[in-house]
Design a protein around this ligand. Structure first.
Ligand code: MLT
Length: 324
């Protein structure tokens, strides 16, 4: 009898077990960690996704907010979880900036994760309290230059999209404001509506409804094109800041070492969820769209994420603004 190489013999049961593993999964609720506070933009995306993925998976996805330290506490929780498919992470562009912004972390911000697929790219908006003494972006720029650190700027900590957008805005205006960090822009929005902070730059998934309701002032959207959900709002370029452009991509991750059949099962379910009419409509109301299916794959997501880490590294290093 031909002797099989030992490695082939050992690999055979695993290969046979792979489809069975994916078929049997999940047998209990999956925890989707959101690294920011409840009620904010990441939480909104995660909850819509969890609801849409659950039926396809034949199970339940429970969203858990593990907020703090600019999203690094939630990411750490997932990087250090058992790689069994029962703990996953919904995170955004912070996954690309944190590896450079944070030089000391208790987890590996790059190799600690397996990618499942991208979810969406969300425009940001420059917004202020309703009583702010500016009505256009040009008036806001003049006000920021005049008041500087006497104006408060809310964000969700170093590594948050609101932090990144704020840095870009202050650099474009050439004036620093006083930053007020929160555990997420959900609670920051409450204070903006109440008028206890002056300004914020946040994703349309958190601002669109408040802008339409008139509870806050909106000055510009940060994408090249206007957003259909907020057709009256000019782009930053139209309103006088030509190079000011940023959008926030979101992706789904599992701990590194999660079996490939489970990653593929989650990715397949993600792609189904992103076509769900309820999710597509809600995303549209909130100013965003799901990525096409070919981007909701582990391989595309991995390439995009690594390229974005490389894109942000020199920008953050040149700015010298590290979390420590
Ligand atoms: C959140 O969910 O609170 C935000 O995504 C925080 C941010 O990155 O600005």
């Amino acid at each position: 009898m031909t002797q099989l190489p030992r490695r082939a013999v050992l690999a055979a049961p695993a290969a046979l077990a792979a489809p069975a593993l994916a078929q049997a999964y999940p047998t209990r609720p999956i925890t989707m960690v959101v690294p920011f506070a409840a009620g904010g933009p990441t939480d909104t995306v995660a909850r819509l996704l969890a609801q849409a993925m659950g039926p396809d998976l034949g199970g339940t996805i429970v969203v858990e907010n593990v907020a703090g330290a600019g999203g690094t506490l939630g990411a750490q929780r997932v990087a250090q979880a058992r790689p069994d498919g029962y703990t996953i992470l919904c995170h955004h562009i912070g996954m690309a900036t944190i590896p450079t912004l944070y030089r000391r972390l208790a987890y590996d911000p790059v190799n600690g994760f397996a990618t499942i697929g991208m979810i969406t790219e969300v425009p940001m908006t420059i917004v202020g309290r309703r009583t702010l003494e500016a009505n256009t972006l040009a008036e806001l720029v003049a006000l920021v230059r005049q008041r500087g650190e006497r104006l408060n700027y809310a964000n969700a900590g170093i590594g948050a999209a609101s932090h990144l957008c704020g840095l870009l805005f202050m650099s474009a205006v050439g004036t620093a404001m006083t930053t007020v960090p929160y555990r997420g822009t959900g609670p920051a929005m409450n204070d903006l509506v109440a008028g206890t902070v002056d300004l914020m730059c946040d994703q349309t998934t958190n601002t669109a409804e408040q802008i339409r309701a008139g509870t806050i002032k909106a000055f510009a959207v940060t994408t090249r094109e206007r957003v259909p959900a907020l057709p009256e709002l000019p782009t930053a370029a139209e309103a006088g800041l030509p190079d000011f452009e940023i959008s926030v991509w979101h992706g789904l991750y599992a701990p590194r070492g999660t079996p490939e059949p489970i990653i593929n099962r989650l990715s397949q379910s993600l792609q189904v969820a992103l076509r769900s009419p309820v999710l597509v409509q809600r995303f549209a109301d909130l100013g965003t769209t799901p990525v096409p299916p070919e981007r909701a794959t582990p391989a595309y997501h991995q390439r995009f994420w690594q390229a974005d880490i490389a894109r942000w590294r020199p920008i953050i290093q040149a700015a010298g603004s590290f979390a420590d």
